[in-house]
Design a protein around this ligand. Structure first.
Ligand code: FES
Length: 452
């Protein structure tokens, strides 16, 4: 394989390495796993407590003492910036009698003071003050009953935690995803949308949806004008750790439109071309020649506007859509300048509900002043975005995501029906099967991809 240093042009044109399909067991995917309390409990104990979870954002806690609190299922975690600039993560639970220490999503403290009896935990989790410390028959709790720390790493500007103290490194866990994302420099990107809604469906219903593109022509019928949605031209990759990648060529009308020489390009395609100084009329005779022309135009545009990260991107990454599902519950669409983050978290107690996060990050080129295009519309580049939390239906999540979420509650109802005997999947939906098999592997005590 060509390297960037040996042959830049060849490297830029090299495609992402295709992965062979993993072996599937054909285990049925029935409705039980979407509503059963027993399965919900097994999944939590055997899977959720053993995987890396993308939970916070480094830029939210820039100074020592700044913390971010996030919940996953029945647990709550505090991620806090240390005096030396590193980040530690702790269960948000006092070791005296289990009170939650903090309830704000974001704040800054000198130390964590428990609201119940006033125990004081330093930023590194050490208990340094307990009133009447001499009165504890089992000994002074200070220095002993410290906060319980969990492994915590940072990557792509995000804070990841793992409840398994013997976990592998985050880099090992993410496998090829690490190198893919690193090229974009997402750690420097800024958030332009932060919407969180409680959904009336199991968290896996959301992830299943983002693990297939079979639904695109029906759920998103308007969206095939600048993306190649024909599955025959799409590359689907599944990785041993349970993650998946879908590569859709973009900046080109879909073959599903069956355009012929002389046909007018779809309006969205014309707008994309004009945005990079290209004339749609020049593609009358070759309507599927837009992608290569856009790649050249974007590289030139990027150089003139300070899009420094383009240096590390291959040509296809300048135009194409990459969609990742990071096991267990984060789905991400990545473009050259946009990172659409979609995460479902289990509800604390109810398997038929979940918490859904719909966030958007965009690159920060120095010379760019144009607004940012997010899933929910255009946003001024200097905008500060508040995190909004609401229940399903109270607020729009953006046009395309609203379309997805219009389907999932009804599917949850169907999954509970006696008439539903299990999914019947096309090959282009195979990532769903693999995903559920990885969950089963965890439940059966097998490390995914190893059979041990
Ligand atoms: Fe925290 Fe008592 S529960 S000090």
């Amino acid at each position: 394989m060509a390297t960037k240093l040996e042959n830049l042009e060849e490297w830029r044109q090299s495609p992402p390495e295709a992965q062979p399909d993993p072996e599937n067991t054909g285990h049925p995917i029935d409705g039980y796993r979407y509503f059963s309390q027993e399965f919900f409990h097994q999944e939590w104990e055997e899977m959720w407590t053993k995987v890396w979870i993308l939970l916070g954002r480094e830029s939210e806690i820039p100074e020592p003492g700044d913390y971010q609190m996030e919940e996953v299922g029945p647990e709550s975690f505090i991620m806090v910036r240390q005096q030396d600039g590193s980040i530690k993560a702790f269960y948000n639970v006092c070791q005296h009698r289990a009170a939650r220490l903090v309830f704000n999503d974001l704040d800054s403290v000198e130390a964590f003071i428990c609201p119940y009896h006033g125990w004081r935990f330093e930023l590194d989790g050490e208990l340094t003050y307990a009133r009447d410390a001499e009165d504890f028959p089992e000994g002074d709790p200070c220095g002993k009953m410290n906060l319980i720390e969990v492994p915590c790493e940072t990557f792509a500007g995000f804070i990841w935690i793992n409840m398994n103290e013997d976990c592998e490194s985050l880099r090992e866990y993410l496998g090829p995803v690490w190198d893919d994302w690193e090229a974009y420099g997402v750690d420097k990107w800024k958030r332009y949308q932060a919407l969180t809604g409680e959904m009336p469906n199991n968290w896996k219903v959301i992830q299943d949806n983002f693990n297939e593109s079979y639904h695109l022509p029906t759920v998103h019928p308007e969206s095939d004008s600048t993306v190649e949605e024909n599955y025959k031209y799409t590359q689907f990759d599944m990785f041993p750790e349970g993650h998946a990648r879908m590569w859709m060529k973009s900046g080109v009308p879909s073959q599903l439109l069956d355009l012929k020489p002389g046909d007018e390009l779809p309006e969205a395609m014309q707008m994309t071309l004009r945005a990079y100084g290209l004339d749609p009329e020049d593609f009358r005779d070759n309507p599927y020649g837009t992608r290569e022309a856009l790649q050249k135009a974007k590289r030139a545009y990027g150089e003139s506007k300070g899009y420094d990260h383009y240096e590390n991107l291959k040509d296809h990454q300048l135009t194409d859509t990459y969609h990742y599902t990071i096991f267990p519950s984060t789905a991400v669409s990545v473009w050259a300048d946009g990172f659409h983050f979609l995460r479902s978290r289990p509800h604390p107690t109810d398997p038929t509900k979940c918490i859904f996060d719909n966030w958007w990050y965009a690159s920060q080129p120095e010379g760019e002043t144009a607004p940012v295009n997010t899933a929910a519309g255009q946003v001024p580049r200097d905008a500060e975005v508040d995190h909004e939390v609401f229940k399903y239906g109270e607020k729009s999540m953006g046009f395309a995501i609203d379309q997805d979420l219009a389907v999932t509650p009804g599917q949850q109802l169907g999954l509970r029906s006696r008439a539903f005997k299990g999914v019947y999947l096309s090959h282009q939906e195979w990532r769903i099967r693999r995903y559920h098999e990885v969950i089963d592997e965890y439940i059966n005590g097998v490390r995914p991809g190893t059979k041990t």
